[in-house]
Design a protein around this ligand. Structure first.
Ligand code: ZN
Length: 241
């Protein structure tokens, strides 16, 4: 690709302002931690947007100039304006990539795109997570081994109430015994969606090299395909009939 992928990292940015431990871990917010490592990729240009900005930082201009949007939210999903959710949805259908991170499983935009509750089991006792690569030829796993481990993670367990992923890239095992579909690919319209489970706010997960590799790979996978818009509606035959 000649032009760089324009990435917007969206974050509700609440825990980092109100919880001292999270603030120490992510002093400039999770969104900035994400753009810090994505911004080192020569094929990406990055910006951030947060909930408390005007239009949650997702103005028409920003959305029109975003190829891939990453989404982190947890405690304030309900504060995201439905109008903005509809605009993000429309952009995904038109081809914008969406990377939904961790507790973003409960965001309005992810639930709207999935059409299910996106409920799951969870437990926060800093247990080990082992993330297994189960689709070794997929571009999102470039640079990884058979598996990698996160020393301290929040457990997310099945049943995860999502539609069956079109491609399931990762399955995670947690020390307590549960398993979880932790890397899920979907298409909606012309857009690609990747859900990635790791990323709890009180653990340094976004500083871990393997996590950064996955998110970089996912941005490249989810970037729009440059093509003419598909044609809909009544259509003349291409052959003489
Ligand atoms: Zn969490």
């Amino acid at each position: 690709m000649s032009a760089r992928i324009r990435v917007t990292a969206w974050n509700e940015f609440r825990h980092e302002q109100h919880d001292q431990a999270v603030k120490e871990l992510y002093p400039d917010g999770i969104h900035t931690a994400i753009t810090d490592f994505l911004g080192t990729a020569v094929d990406m240009e990055v910006r951030t947007a947060t909930l408390d900005q005007k239009e949650h930082g997702l103005t028409d201009e920003v959305l029109a100039n975003t190829d891939v949007l990453t989404w982190w939210g947890h405690m304030a999903h309900g504060e995201v304006n439905n109008e903005i959710v509809d605009k993000v949805y429309k952009r995904v259908i038109e081809g914008m990539g969406l990377i939904v991170l961790h507790s973003g499983h409960f965001s309005k935009i992810f639930r709207k795109l999935m059409g299910t509750t996106c409920e799951l089991k969870w437990r926060e006792i800093a247990e080990k997570e082992r993330v297994w690569v189960i689709e070794p030829g997929h571009p999102i796993v470039a640079g990884l081994g058979d598996y990698f481990e996160i020393p301290h993670a929040e457990m997310y367990g099945e049943r995860f109430d999502i539609p069956a992923p079109e491609t399931l890239v990762f399955i995670s095992w947690f020390q307590g015994g549960e398993v979880f579909r932790s890397g899920c690919c979907y298409h909606r319209g012309q857009g690609k969606i990747f859900y990635f489970q790791p990323g709890h706010e009180s653990f340094p997960i976004y500083y871990q090299p393997e996590i950064q590799t996955v998110i970089k790979n996912a941005v490249r996978w989810a970037a729009p395909v440059n093509r003419t818009k598909p044609t809909f509606g009544n259509y003349k035959p291409l052959e003489n009939m």
